[in-house]
Design a protein around this ligand. Structure first.
Ligand SMILES: [Zn+2]
Ligand SMILES: [Zn+2]
Length: 80
């Protein structure tokens, strides 16, 4: 169960993959798998929501970045 068979683009064929030691702190949810034949690494779950970095960046940006859909009004700046 720990060796899912997936297509390896390096081998050009289906290969058993294993989860390599994760150095990114993903733990059991690490999306990284490595081909047991050639060692080529792939990521599971290529959907954007599955990537840990993307939601973190947008969440941090939202409160600081966009106060209104119109943004700062350039005409006001020039008048003042
Ligand atoms: Zn990982
Ligand atoms: Zn391979």
């Amino acid at each position: 169960m720990s060796h899912p068979v997936l297509f390896c683009s390096d081998c050009g064929d289906d290969r058993p993959f294993e989860r390599p030691p994760c150095s990114d702190g993903h733990g059991v949810e690490c999306p990284e798998l490595a081909c047991t034949v050639c060692g080529s690494a792939i990521l599971l779950g290529t959907d954007p929501p599955a990537l840990p970095a993307t939601p973190v960046v947008s969440a941090a940006r939202a409160p600081a970045g966009a106060p209104s859909p119109h943004g700062p009004d350039p005409a006001r700046h020039r008048a003042a």
